[in-house]
Design a binder for this molecule. Sequence first.
Ligand code: UDP
Length: 475
Amino acid sequence: STERLPPHVVLLASPGAGHLIPLAELARRLVDHQGFAATLVTFTDLSSPEALSGVPACVATAALPPVPLDDLPAGTSMSTVLLELIRRSLPSLRALLRSVGAPLAALVPDFFCSAALPLAAELGVPGYVFMPSNLTALVVMRAAVELHDGVPPGEYRDLPDPLELPGGVSLCHADLPPSFQSSGEPVYAHLLEEGRRYRRADGFLVNTFYEVEPATVEEFKLAAKRGAFPPVFPVGPFVRPGTSSDEAAGASACLDWLDLQPTGSVVYVSFGSGGSLTVEQTAELAAGLEASGHRFLWVVRMPNLDGGNDGRDRDDDNPNPLAWLPDGFLERTADKGLAVAAWAPQVRVLSHPATAVFVSHCGWNSTLESVSAGVPMVAWPLYAEQRMNAVALVGSVGVALPLRPREADGVVARDEIAGAVKELMESAEKGRAVRRQAGDLQQAAARAWSPEGSSRRALEEVAATWKKATLGKVK
Ligand code: UDP
C-alpha cells in the first residue's frame, strides 16, 4: 500500500544551472533530514547535463517532454518563450504528479514556474514557491504587484525611483533587475503575472538566512500576519558542495597553485557563468590587479566583443580567453598570479585557506558561497539582479566594498580596482570592518543549519505541515 512509501515532494526547476543547483540542495535536505522522497523535474534539453550530474543521488530526476514552440512569432521575447514553455508543459507535469506512486506531499515550483501552482490546488496538496535568490528580489516583485492593484489590466506603471526597501536599503532605478526597469517591456507584464500568482502560494522557501536580511524577514512576517502575503521561510544558504566533477575539468591546477600560496594572500576574481567584460575593461582589471601588488586567481572568460575587436590575430575556432589579456601581463605576474580560462572550482577555491578576497559579480550563488566561506567581497555587478544584490551586500549586509565605474564611459578604472583590493586586503579601517562582518556572517550561516538553527527549523516547520496534510489524506 502507498501508506508505507515516504510522502513525495515534487520540485520544478526553470532552466538555468543557477536555479537548479540550490533547488537540488533543498530536495536533498528534504530527503536526508525530513524523510521525504523527492523528484526534481526539469525541462528537456534546457538543463545542462553538467548541472544535472550534480544532483545528489538520493533525489530522483525527471524531464518533462519537449513541447513545440515553433508557432511563436520570430522575435518573441525570451521571457514569453519561457512562460509559454511552462504553460504548455503543465499537462505532462499533471500526468507526472499523478504517477509518483506515493502520497504527494507538496509541489515546489521555483520562482519562474508559479504557473504550476494551480496544479497543487487541483491535487489538494500544498504549493510552495522556491526562490533561488534572496528576499530582496521577492520584495521588489511584491512592490510591483501592489503598485498595480486596482490598475486596469494591460496598463503598467514604473516602480518608484528610488524604491525604499526594509532595512533602509534604497534601490535606485538603475539598480533594479533590468526586467523591472521598464514597464513597457513584455517581460514586465510577465513578471506581474507571475507575482500575482505568488499570492496564491501556500508559502515561499527562500535561499537566504535570517542574518542576511533580518529587516526583510520581519517585514514578511508582519505581511503574513496581516494576510497580505503568504508566509515566507528563509531556509538557506544552499551551497553546492565542491564535487568530484570539479576534478574532471582540470580544476586541480587551481587548487595545487593555491596550496603553494600563503594563508589569506589571494584575491579570487570571477564573474560567474555568464559575465564577460569588454577588452578594454579586461585590460583595466589586469592593470588593477597588478597595481594592487597582491596575489590573484583570475577566472578569465572570453571578452564581450560588442566594443569591437582590437585587431589582434586570434584563432576563432579555438577561443582562448587568455589570449585577450594585455601583452606581457601573464609573464610579469607569473610569480604572483594565476589566470585560468573560463572556469575554476569556485566552492573549493573560496574555502581554501589561501583565499582572502573575492572580486565578484554578486550572483546569488556566488554570494552565498563567499559568505559561507567567510570571504569578504569587492562588488562588481554586471547584469540581471546583480546590481541589486551588490547594493545590499555593500549597504545593509556590509560584507562587500563597492567599485565606482568612471562616469564618462562606465569603465571601472585600474586605480579604483587596485584601491578596493588594497583596502580590503590591508586596511585597518573600512576594509577591516568588512572583513569582520564577513567573519560574523560566516558564523551565522553555519548556525542557520546547525541543529537548532533558524533555517533548519523553518524547513522543519514547513515539512511538519506537509506531513500532517499528507497523513490527513491517507487515512
Ligand atoms: N562557478 C564555478 N566556477 C566558475 C564560475 C562559476 O564553479 O568559474 C559556479 C559558482 O560556484 C556558482 C555558479 O557557478 O555556484 C554561479 O552562480 P551565480 O548565481 O553566482 O551566478 P550566475 O552564473 O548565475 O551569474
